[in-house]
Write a protein that binds this ligand. Structure first.
Ligand code: RUQ
Ligand code: CUA
Ligand code: CA
Length: 646
């Protein structure tokens, strides 16, 4: 206790500060929000870089950091059917933050405030369009083959929405609906432009539609589904508008992109176009479907597209029959054994790897050869396959260490298989002595996704491998019928994999990425200019009745610990109130909340943030609005009174 006070620059003997009984001392109370003086300084200068910890720190201390120690990596985890994105410190696995996007989050007021509702989308009556979502895949924006820390994207499989996260404030800022799609599953940002050399960063996000429907989906179509189709979508990374779509044969599952920007691909498990699972697994081989991005965009430019239903989005024809001539083809179907799941790009920029799922193999496809096919230099698309190593039962996803090794989850075997790509290629070429399986590691249990630190970037560093296990069974204290999932961590820095940690996690995270913390520089205080509605001066607070519409009232209010600018405000029964709260506290970590009893209002405002809510007041009375976020020694006293007159 004493020591902490010293660090705050307050003398432990400072009895004046400690015996805060008079009004003068009250002013000093701001200090109780925590070291205000230091924080003021910190707010003036850019946030100080976190103290560099463990260069050379032991593995143990990286896994269980000492108090005050920071992690070396960020992790972004999909929140599954909780519909959010989780931010973890890695390798400790500490959860640092959740970024709400598709579904309401009562902590921050996501889905309550007008600003979040505008991002999420509302019905004409102002209520949210959807209360559910199912996020699977989170991926970051790239520059020069590595993450650049600008954006991340995440899909909602249920309602076919793509959300963008601004990583500077770690918030969701845009959500786009994909037309003509059902079961929006895989996503991947491109890594550079296929034509313009100067564009060396992400400008597109590709999205795979997994289910097929009649198009437009406004009639029941053929009972056997003969006129059903799936669609692959390209969204503009900046505007978040849908740029174009491709009608395909078969379905889409996950998505990968090449480092040169020329190719995007999706693995297909239902080339049969089956409606029942038995039919979906009737063929021995399915496919990895490649898209020639530059050609598709040229076709769109030349007007060689249709539109579907009410949507204005150009849809080009990517079906097999329309793309038989390689010289003009927009798509290339490379066959892959039985219901593959997952397609991943190796960090050496050369290969895409599909995991076999119902085949015990992975399929390695050489990208240069796919481009050869498009140039008419390779006879058959399948000539691009350079290896089909046998890895074990139920391969689902593959990650890389940047040293030529791949790591594939084996769902049925409950294992991760480490295998060497070059050795697998040699074996496939005929050298039957080439041993490509390097190691196996049991995981607990039934792994789905896995990812290694920096895996799908040119900076893959081969240090840590996270494994998302779908079943936890006996790994944790029992908590009733719903078990947590088990996210395990494997040290992959050596030849042998070493399992080092179990982390219980709430269902159902799916995919994640792990990257060096230097890539992100999140801002910890907003600027007032970010918010058009901000009340920049507490003096501008007040109740403003609309001259033309006397039942519409705007309440402007600001917060500075431990008080709201309006200690009370009066409105009338039947009013529609828009309350705009600006937090004028500018020190880091000084967040306030605002709750209004019986009106379904609760949200928080971070330093210099502005949020607004609109609600109706129906019942005369007194309502104590109060701060919900512990901000100050007088946090409980931080209130305002909403007086509703009859
Ligand atoms: S999927 S367990 Cu939605 Cu990413 Cu493969
Ligand atoms: Cu402001 Cu608690
Ligand atoms: Ca199949």
């Amino acid at each position: 206790m004493r020591k902490e006070k010293k660090e705050c620059g307050v003398s432990p003997e400072g009895l004046g500060r400690r015996q805060f009984v008079n009004a003068a001392a009250l002013a000093g109370l701001a200090g109780l929000a925590g070291c205000t003086e230091d924080k003021k300084n910190a707010a003036a200068a850019p946030a100080a870089p976190p103290s560099a910890p463990q260069a050379g720190a032991s593995k143990e201390s990286q896994l269980s950091p000492k108090p005050g120690q920071l992690d070396e990596y960020y992790g972004l985890w999909s929140g599954g059917h909780l519909g959010d994105v989780r931010v973890l410190g890695m390798p400790s696995g500490r959860e640092l933050h959740r970024i709400p996007c598709f579904v309401p989050d009562p902590l921050v007021g996501w889905g309550i405030t007008n600003e979040s509702k505008a991002v999420m989308g509302t019905k004409p009556d102002g209520s949210l369009r959807y209360a559910v979502a199912d996020t699977h895949h989170v991926h970051g924006s790239y520059k020069n083959g590595n993450y650049d820390g600008r954006y991340a994207w995440i899909n909602d499989k249920i309602n076919c929405r793509l959300a963008r996260l601004r990583l500077d404030y770690m918030i969701c800022d845009k959500i786009t609906d994909l037309p003509n799609v059902q079961g929006f599953h895989g996503i991947f940002p491109d890594k550079r432009d296929p034509v313009d050399e100067k564009i060396n960063h992400t400008t597109r996000v590709f999205c795979g539609g997994e289910f097929s429907t009649p198009l437009p989906n406004n009639h029941v179509g053929d009972p056997e589904g003969k006129d059903y189709h799936s669609i692959f979508t390209c969204v503009d990374a900046e505007s978040m508008e849908v740029r174009w779509q491709v009608l395909i044969d078969g379905n889409c599952d996950l998505v990968a992109t090449s480092y040169d920007g020329k190719l995007a691909a999706t693995n297909q498990y239902n080339t049969e176009m089956g409606l029942k699972y038995e039919d979906m697994m009737s063929a021995e081989r399915d496919a990895c479907l490649f898209f020639n991005v530059a050609r598709i965009e040229a076709a769109v430019k030349d007007g060689k597209f249709k539109t579907v239903g009410d949507s204005k989005v150009p849809v080009v024809d990517g079906t097999k029959a329309a793309n038989a001539d390689p010289k003009t083809a927009l798509t290339c179907y490379v066959s892959v054994p039985k219901n593959p799941h997952g397609v991943n790009a190796s960090p050496d920029q050369k290969y895409f790897v599909c995991s076999g799922k119902l085949s015990p193999t992975c399929t390695v496809i050489e990208l240069a050869k796919v481009l050869d096919w498009f140039d008419g230099k390779l006879e058959k698309p399948d000539g691009a396959i350079v290896a089909e190593p046998e890895v074990g039962l139920g391969p689902l996803h593959t990650a890389f260490d940047g040293r030529g090794n791949a790591y594939t989850t084996l769902f049925l075997d409950s294992q991760v298989c480490k295998w060497n790509i070059d050795a697998a290629i040699k074996f496939y070429k005929g050298d039957k002595n080439s041993k490509y399986v390097v190691d196996r590691c049991d995981v607990h249990y039934q792994p789905g996704h896995l990812n290694a630190s920096q895996s799908e970037t040119v900076a893959a560093d081969g240090k840590w491998l996270g494994v998302g296990n779908k079943f936890a069974k006996d790994r944790f204290l029992p908590v009733g019928p719903l078990h947590p999932e088990n996210e395990q961590l494997i040290d992959i820095s050596g030849e042998k994999m070493v399992l080092v940690a179990d982390h219980s996690i709430r269902s159902e995270p799916h995919d994640f990425i792990i990257f060096k913390r230097e890539i992100l520089q999140p801002k910890q205080v907003y600027t007032l200019d970010e918010f058009p509605l901000a009340t920049k001066d507490a003096k501008d607070s007040g109740v403003f009745r609309d001259a033309k519409n006397p039942h519409k009232v705007t309440v402007r209010i600001t917060s500075v610990a431990p008080a709201f600018s309006l200690r009370e405000f009066t409105v009338k029964k039947g009013d529609e109130v828009t309350l705009i709260l600006t937090n004028l506290d500018k020190v880091e970590d000084l967040t306030h909340g605002f709750a209004i009893p019986f009106h379904n209002i609760q949200f928080i405002v971070n330093p210099l943030e502005t949020k607004s809510v609109t609600f109706k007041v129906e019942k005369p009375g007194v309502y104590w609005c109060y701060c919900t976020n512990f901000c100050h020694a007088l946090h409980l006293e931080m209130r305002s009174r909403m007086i509703v007159q009859a």
